[in-house]
Design a protein around this ligand. Structure first.
Ligand code: ACO
Length: 401
């Protein structure tokens, strides 16, 4: 690179760092991550301990407000959320306008941005009090929208669940209650889902979170920033990987279960195939979330008395990759999404809903990062570039081209 070209027009030096591999964009007190040592902590608490002892709503509170809630704070928080769960009737009409085949992530992103029109007071929020109101609203309405995207797809009537249930249980009920009112769950399912949501709840400046922060930095409002975050999460290199992983594992199964063939494809630079669920921008040793999820997948399948060939294929791929020079040299290990789909599947959640499940989990992280960015009064996000196009050219009229 010609160093002279690294100067911007204002003559300041510009750092060129595609993909922001080494560029910090903010200071943050929310999530600590050490990719070499495989450490992940929310507000100082180890992810392993939170996954074992906390519930998802407590983790939401912790991430957003910085401390674990007291019993009273948690009750108030939950009550405030429950009081805001109604979604405007006209949002249902918008949902109705989507084809049944629409991917739930596109629908969810659109409905989340549509919420702005029905809650205009959530846009200009400068005081902590107004921020709290907007935060509670999105925490209340988002699971409703996520569950409804599923019900719409399945042709089921829309449902609000039940007043007395916990945040996660109510979400499941909103999704799965049959038109005749029948709904069944059990502790294993609830615990597994709570754990998965906690493990996905924040991951510092990943693609979708950076999107939320950068959109929010223009003071565009919380809901629309989250809608942009959902769009970013959809991609298969990010949250969409959980759907891609299970589809890949199923394709390998259909193809006779020859994992070695797919390992070879993943290493072939002329083949665009990548082993989905492997590799991570920051974890270069192991992903601590994957360790917890792998254990949870085993225990969910055992408790529910299910065998899953796809889990066997996943384990075989992991074993082969850990012994393979290509994967070892590049420090490619299973990430959080390698095993999450196996649990979602066992819980009866359809594959297109995997990424919306991730979005529900990541929601408190997006909110916490947006709130921190606003409270820190961060400037508008605006990366620089190195221009490599033409120098000044003279315009040629169309007849002379
Ligand atoms: N399979 C095969 N090779 C891979 C894989 C993979 N899954 N991931 C990375 N590599 C290779 C690359 O080809 C590259 O090889 P090279 O050095 O010979 O060119 C090297 O490993 C480094 O990969 P990059 O793409 O440069 O790493 P980056 O940090 O940019 O990407 C990412 C990380 C996007 C996660 C990548 O590993 C990937 O595509 N993984 C599969 C998708 C996936 O699981 N995404 C979920 C991430 S976790 C999350 O968002 C919750």
């Amino acid at each position: 690179i010609d160093i002279k070209n690294l100067r911007s027009e204002t003559n300041g030096v510009v750092t060129l760092d595609p993909g922001y591999k080494n560029t910090g964009a903010c200071e943050s007190a929310i999530t600590f991550l050490d990719g070499e040592k495989g450490i992940l902590r929310y507000r100082g608490y180890a992810i392993e301990e939170l996954a074992e002892k906390a519930n998802f709503l407590e983790v939401c509170y912790l991430l957003i407000f910085g401390e674990l809630p007291t019993k009273d704070q948690l009750t108030k928080f939950h009550n405030d959320i429950k009081a805001q769960s109604q979604v405007d009737e006209d949002v249902k009409k918008i949902l109705d306008g989507f084809p049944k085949s629409a991917h739930p992530m596109g629908v969810l992103s659109s409905l989340t941005s549509a919420l702005v029109a029905f809650n205009p007071s959530s846009v200009n929020v400068d005081s902590e009090e107004d921020m709290y109101k907007a935060i509670v609203k999105i925490l209340a309405k988002f699971p409703v929208l996520a569950a409804w995207t599923y019900r719409k797809r399945m042709g089921l009537p829309l449902d609000y669940g039940g007043e007395s249930l916990g945040y996660v249980e109510n979400f499941l009920k909103m999704m799965f209650r049959k038109p005749n009112g029948e709904y069944k769950t059990n502790e294993t399912i609830l615990e597994a889902l709570d754990k998965l949501l906690i493990l996905h709840a924040d991951h510092e400046q990943n693609c979708s979170t950076s999107t939320v922060r950068i959109v929010g930095s223009s003071h565009a409002g919380l809901f629309i920033s989250i809608s942009a975050g959902i769009a970013a999460l959809w991609g298969p290199l990010h949250g969409g990987a959980n759907q891609a992983v299970i589809e890949m594992l199923e394709a390998i199964k259909e193809d006779g279960g020859d994992t070695k063939k797919y390992m070879a494809k993943a290493k072939d630079k002329d083949d665009p195939f990548r082993l989905m669920g492997f590799g991570h921008r920051v974890y270069k040793n192991f992903d601590p979330r994957a360790k917890i999820i792998k254990k949870a997948a085993d225990s969910v399948l055992e408790t529910l008395g299910m065998d899953d060939d796809v889990l066997d294929i996943a384990k075989a791929l992991e074993k082969e990759a850990l012994e393979d020079k290509y994967f070892v040299d590049r420090k490619l290990y299973p990430n959080v999404d390698f095993y999450s789909g196996i649990i979602y599947r066992a819980l009866g959640i359809p594959v297109e809903m995997f990424t919306p499940m991730f979005a529900l989990g990541r929601l408190p992280g997006w909110i916490a990062q947006w709130r921190e960015m606003r409270l820190n009064k961060e400037p508008i996000g605006r990366p620089r570039q190195i221009y490599i196009g033409e120098t000044l050219r003279k315009f040629v009229p169309v007849e002379e081209r």
